[in-house]
Ligand binder design. Sequence first.
Ligand SMILES: [Zn+2]
Length: 349
Amino acid sequence: MRHGGKRMPRRFKQFILTLAGNRILQRKNGAMVLYYHGVAERVFDPVVQALHMPVNEFEEQIQYFHKHHTIISMDEFCEALQKRRLHSSQVVLTFDDGFKNNLTVVAPLLRSYGLPFTVFISTEQVENGWRYPGYQMRASIWCTEMDTLTIPSLNLQLHIPTSEERLMAIELIGDKMRDLSEMKLKVVLAELRAHIPDSRWSELNEMFSTDAVMTWDDVRALHAQGVTIGSHCHSHAILHKLQDRQEIRRQIETSKRLIVEHVGECRYFSYPHGTKRDISKTAYELVKATYQLGFSTVNAPVDNFADPHLIPRVGTPSELGRLRGAMVSCRLGGGNYRKWAKQMVLQSG
Ligand SMILES: [Zn+2]
């Protein structure tokens, strides 16, 4: 190989190749940040309780990671990323939304194994005890006794007599909800909820207690046990590019302020929904200015060169076999993540 008219010294060439090789290896072999939502004693309706995993399957996963990996805390992860000391045996456990079962089911189980975890909460839900938009939407459509779903603000009327049609409606409306402003989302949710009488709502909420959200007392109790508490926006707003800048700022800053007030610190953030489509340039910049780390749901291992404010995570199907498969396939797809993270940095200049 010619270099500046002279042959590159063999040793130097070897050094460069080793450096490049190490970098490729480190990228393929990064740590894994997993994201869960809830874990329940019983999941009897997988449509409405879509975000919850049965406790026996969760424990099977934990036993597997406990045996084959090193589960590290969020602070350890943050330090390892800064010092470029992440490696493939490390796993971080995170939970989005802040369901009550994180305190009642997850915490005792993980404590019995001596394992750390992190919960990202949406503070408006914690303040008011409101259920998440996704639950309200799924329960409205799945449990209504009406055969027609009418959502005037979306100019939508759907005939939903069968389960198949209801599932399709849940997918369609869930997708539409992801691009709404916070104001419009509130209108759509009110129109959806109107498909079920108020008295029935209290029965449903009791039946689906899995979807109850923690109170501040619960959050403080979790924090007192050593669980890391992070932010998941104020009202779980999806920070897409059509969302108003002031609203994005309010979401990112209010939740941090409230969490600091209640538990004393808040250094980490996870973007609601968190795919590429759900993270605008503005959101990325504001998260960068406010938090030490920001977590997406883009699937990839976290190598030592990952953007601290666009950290990839891996979703967790209930069956261990499928989760292991997802972890293997995400190691192969890291290129997509890097391209996206690079573009985001370039765009925000
Ligand atoms: Zn969420």
